[in-house]
Structures are given as structure tokens and as C-alpha cells.
Design a protein around this ligand. Structure first.
Ligand code: F6P
Length: 341
């Protein structure tokens, strides 16, 4: 078979490990030809694709980013591509497609599958907000990077008796902030699922200093918001891909805390550092397993499905289950994080 593979949406550590695994399983075991489509669905639309051989994937297990490139594509162009799915597939000569991406990519993958281009999805995102899989690859790496940042901020915060506000990725969900916040022992964890009360945060910091502690670390997700009627803050505009842009809560929070407490506060925006570099061992293994199962899914004809981690096993689950709702931090997980504050 000729199997196309593409990576779409924001990149994340482990994408290359999936590509490598698809090539190994597809070529070595099934005699497939793997066609790498450049820059996600943009490459499919523009007919930019190239064969990917065993040699091309040497060394990819540990390499961050994606050798195929990735891009976000406007909704109208995706709609056009779905209408022309069969022609586009014929033009680049593929019988089936493995689409590796987040919620937007999986939604598109489902539509392509329904339109006659057989697609298997592989979920990725550092945000870990895709439903129907226990975890996505990239998340563990992002949590490690964020945890290390918190660890490092502690020593400088203590030296200067400061409040450090570290803003982490997570537009709609607080998985990275909750997990790295717990692992790094942050004193405040603010996530989109739980609007925060700035007075409460300030009181918690004040209490710490009163008890003789010399610093405080607040981990805040980029999508976190204040409770209505408290601190005024508006998140950004909607960009040309239809995504609301986030950013600014870390800066705003640090300034507000400085005003309220009369203590020095510094914002640290970790940003894309969380998405770069080599994947952790856990992400390398999960990504490789997803690639292996995606190829098997193609050969079983399990189109319109995606690879999901359930417990220790990889299952094939209808893509519809992944895109119906976002996987947010449940109340019980939040309660556990409060216990360590
Ligand atoms: O969805 C993954 C993600 O990394 C978010 O956490 C973040 O808000 C967004 O992508 C950043 O997107 P971009 O790379 O387009 O700035």
C-alpha cells in the first residue's frame, strides 16, 4: 500500500518518533511505501509530498519537531480539501492517510475519511486535552520542561524574596499547569477550569511570608481567567485560523500581586520552550506505539478511528469520541492539587 503520513497543527515532541515507527512497521513488515506529506494538510492541498524511506528516519526517535513540517490551515481551505479529498489523494498517489495532530486535525481527519479518503488518526498535543485517550505524547515532555523551570525559579525567587509567576501553555485546559505545578511544588496553581480570585491568591502568598517563608511560586495556565467581578482581564482576539489567542495573564498577575502585596513579583512566560527539544522516554515509547498501531489500523481498514491509550493498552477508537468534547481537568484532580498547596 501507499500510505501518506502528515503532521498538522502545533508541533510537539514525539512527532518524529511516530513517523519513524510508521516507516519501520509499514516498510519492514507490510512492504508499504510511506509518503511524507509536507506541512500538514497544506501539503495535501498543494500536492507537496515525498517518499520517506528507512534511511530517512534514522535518528528520528530522539529528535523534537517534525521532519515533515507542520502548519495550521484556514477552515475554508480544509472544507475545499474535504470536497476534493479523493482527487487530492489520487494526485499524490496514496491509498490511505495517517494524520497526526490535535483536535482540529482529528476533526479534519474524520471529515476526510467520510469523504472517501481513508484516514487513521494519531492524537498529539502537549496540552493533553484530547478526550478518549488517557494521555497524548508531548505532554510528558512539556511537564518535564515546566517542572524544571519551576525548580529553577525557586532558588532565584528565594534569594530575592520574590513572587514568581510562571505562565505555562494550556489554552482551555490546565493539565500542564496542574501536573508541573504539583511536581514542582508550586504554591498556587491557576487553571482555565477554575477561575481564580486574585485576593485569595494574594492572601495565600501573604500567609506564606507571615509564616517566615521567603518566596512563592504561582503556576498559571495561559488560558486561566479571574472570577467575574474580580480582577479585570480579557484574553486575546480570534486569529485567522479561528483560534482565540492567549497570553498576558502571567504579566498581568505579577503586576497585580506586586500592587496588592507590596512585594517584588516577576512573570516568566515559558511559551514554546515547552514544545521544543527531545521527547522524554515515556513520550518516545508512546509515540512509537501509536505509529505501530496506526499502520496496523490501516491494514485492518479501521478508517475513521484513532490510536488511543487506555490504561497500558493502545486501542482503536472512533475519531468522533476524541473530538466531541475537550478533556478538562476533573474536580477530583483539582482537589488533589489543592491538598499540596
Ligand atoms: O495546542 C498546543 C499549543 O502549544 C497551546 O498550548 C498553545 O496555546 C498553542 O499551541 C500555541 O500555538 P502557536 O504555536 O500557534 O503559537
Amino acid at each position: 500500500m501507499r500510505i501518506g503520513v502528515l503532521t498538522s497543527g502545533g508541533d510537539c515532541p514525539g512527532l518524529n518518533a511516530v513517523i519513524r515507527s510508521v516507516v519501520h512497521r509499514g516498510t519492514d513488515v507490510h512492504g508499504d511505501e510511506i509518503v511524507g506529506i509536507e506541512d500538514g494538510f497544506l501539503g495535501l492541498i498543494e500536492g507537496r509530498a515525498r517518499p520517506v524511506s528507512h534511511d530517512d528516519v534514522t535518528g528520528l526517535l530522539t529528535l523534537g519537531g517534525t521532519i515533515l513540517g507542520s502548519a495550521r490551515v484556514q477552515r475554508e481551505r480544509i472544507a475545499w480539501a474535504v470536497e476534493n479529498a479523493k482527487t487530492l489523494a489520487r494526485d499524490i498517489g496514496i491509498d490511505a492517510l495517517i494524520a497526526i495532530g490535535g483536535e482540529g486535525t482529528l476533526t479534519a481527519a474524520r471529515r476526510f475519511s467520510e469523504a472517501g479518503l481513508p484516514v487513521v488518526g494519531v492524537p498529539k498535543t502537549i496540552d493533553n486535552d484530547i478526550d478518549a485517550t488517557d494521555v497524548t505524547f508531548g505532554f510528558d515532555t512539556a511537564v518535564h520542561v515546566a517542572t524544571e523551570a519551576i525548580d529553577r525559579l525557586k532558588t532565584t525567587a528565594e534569594s530575592h524574596q520574590r513572587v514568581m509567576v510562571v505562565e505555562l501553555m494550556g489554552r482551555h485546559t490546565g493539565w500542564i499547569t496542574l501536573t508541573a505545578g504539583m511536581a514542582g511544588g508550586a504554591h498556587g496553581i491557576l487553571i482555565p477550569e477554575k477561575p481564580f480570585d486574585i485576593e485569595g491568591v494574594a492572601r495565600m502568598v501573604e500567609d506564606r511570608f507571615t509564616r517566615g517563608k521567603k518566596f512563592a511560586i504561582i503556576a498559571v495556565a495561559e488560558g486561566a481567567s479571574p472570577m467575574p467581578g474580580t480582577m479585570r482581564f480579557d484574553h486575546g482576539e480570534v486569529d485567522r485560523f479561528g483560534h482565540r489567542t492567549f497570553g498576558g495573564i502571567g504579566n498581568r498577575l505579577a503586576h497585580e500581586l506586586e500592587d496588592l502585596l507590596g512585594k517584588e513579583a516577576r512573570p516568566v512566560i515559558l511559551g514554546h520552550v515547552q514544545r521544543g527539544g527531545t521527547p522524554t522516554a515515556r513520550d518516545r515509547v508512546l509515540a512509537s506505539r501509536f505509529g505501530w498501531h496506526a499502520v496496523e489500523a490501516v491494514h485492518q481498514g479501521a478508517f475513521g478511528h484513532f490510536t488511543a491509550l487506555r490504561g497500558n493498552d493502545i486501542r482503536l477508537v472512533p475519531i468522533a469520541d476524541a473530538v466531541t468534547r475537550l478533556k478538562t481537568v476533573p474536580e477530583e484532580r483539582w482537589a488533589e492539587s489543592e491538598a499540596v498547596l
